[in-house]
Structure formats: C-alpha cells, structure tokens
Design a protein around this ligand. Structure first.
Ligand code: ADE
Length: 234
C-alpha cells in the first residue's frame, strides 16, 4: 500500500514514519510513504499557500492553485491515480468500516490542510473523499493523516505478525463492539488475580468467557453503540 502525504509540514511525519511497526513495514516493502510539500507548488515570489477570504472574516484559507497542482502532479507520478482523501473536521467521521474501505485502496493521497480551511474550489475540482477523525478542531490535518495511516496499515497483509492479528481488535473481524480483557503474567498483582477460567485450559469455557466479557464491556463503556453492535462476537 502506498501513501502520498500532501502537507505544508512534511517534517511532522519524520518521527512517525520512523516508528517501529511502520518502519519495518516500509523496510519490508509492504508500505510505501512519500511526503510532498505543497509549498513547492507555489509560483509567486513569496511562496504563499494561504490568503484572506473574499468578503472578510478572520483567518486565512489555503489557496486553490498550489493545492490543485500539487495533487495533480503527485497523482501523475504513479500509474495508479489513487484515492484522494482530504482531512477536515467537515468530513465523514472515521470509524473501523471506513478504515477497512480506505485500506482496500492500493494508493491513498492524504491532503492535509492548515489555516481556517480550503478554498472551496479545491473540493469542486478534486472531489476528494472528506474524512474527519472526530468532532473537534485540530491545528491541521497532519495528525489526522497519521491516524488514517496508523489504522489502515494494521489491515495490510503481513504488517502485523500473526500473533497480533487485527482480526481480534475491537470493532474488527465481525465484532462491532469492544474486545475482551486480557491478562498476561503475573497471576496475581497487588491482590488482583486473573479470572480462574482463563487458567482452566478449557478452551470452550475460555471462548465463552471472552465473548461475555466483550459484550459486558461494550454495554458498560459504550452505551451509545446500537444494541446489535453491542453483541460482540469472537
Ligand atoms: N483538521 C482539523 N481538524 C480535523 C479533524 N477533526 N479531522 C480531520 N482533519 C482535521
């Protein structure tokens, strides 16, 4: 899977791209990531990427020309035009089904905004899919783009070892609620013990306990989820 990140702050991604899971995936050729600085597509002498909106009002807006030309150039550098995602609080809220849909693309172009928003013509010309990571406003789309990358690479075959397969994650593998509690060693810590059933060796009983625990946790922690999504299944 290939990511092209279009941003005014490519350096924000350096640390993130070097972190272990992602670095390994890149080294093994499972994931490719390229950073593009939108400012490189400006043509005026001040390299301006933002401007005041007509009609007045506070704040600056990202200009149409560098953004559109950056996306078009980056797109054309690869045989697969990819799927363009605009990170914005005005987008559709990211959830696991949306992550699964995004992960089905072989190439994602992630367009990150700064300032108060985008010239509306960027949307009209490029027709991106608009994604929000939640109902709050970040200083820019960069952190949201990292969230999209982080969630999608878990679904790229081979990125996770089999032991940590994403099939068992909350909201994944047919489960629409939370996953059950986990207990590694020690068996007892500060008087807190591991539920006996997990030590019993009875695989059916363990599976039943996990299913019940997942359901209970989802009901308790996420009463906002519709009831059918609360019947977790593993
Ligand atoms: N840019 C600013 N806020 C955002 C959000 N909540 N989601 C995605 N992109 C953003």
């Amino acid at each position: 899977m290939r990511f092209d990140v279009l941003t005014l702050f490519p350096e924000m991604f350096q640390g993130y791209l070097g972190q272990s899971l992602l670095r390994l995936a890149i080294e093994r050729g499972l994931v490719e990531a390229a950073l593009h600085n939108i400012r490189d597509w400006t043509r005026d002498k001040h390299h301006s990427v933002d401007d005041r909106p007509f009609g007045g009002g506070p704040g600056m807006v990202m200009k149409v020309e560098p953004v559109v030309e950056c996306v078009e150039d980056v797109r054309a550098r690869h045989p697969d035009p990819g799927h363009l995602v605009l990170l914005t609080p005005q987008g559709r809220r990211l959830d696991q089904p949306a992550v699964e849909r995004l992960a089905a693309h072989r190439r994602l172009l992630l367009l990150c905004g700064r300032y108060e928003g985008f010239d509306e013509r960027i949307r009209e010309i490029l027709e991106p899919e608009e994604i929000s990571i939640g109902d709050y406003v970040l200083n820019g789309g960069e952190v949201a783009a990292m969230v999209v990358i982080d969630a999608t690479i878990r679904l790229v075959p081979g990125v996770l070892g089999d032991e940590d397969s994403s099939r068992f994650d909350s909201f994944s593998g047919g489960r629409r609620g939370l996953e059950c509690a986990h207990y590694p060693r020690p068996r007892e810590y500060r008087g807190l013990t591991v539920p006996n059933v997990l030590l019993s060796g009875d695989h059916e009983a363990i599976a039943r306990w996990r299913e019940q625990d997942a359901r209970r946790r989802t009901e308790r922690r996420r009463p906002d989820l519709p009831a059918d999504e609360r019947s977790a299944e593993r």
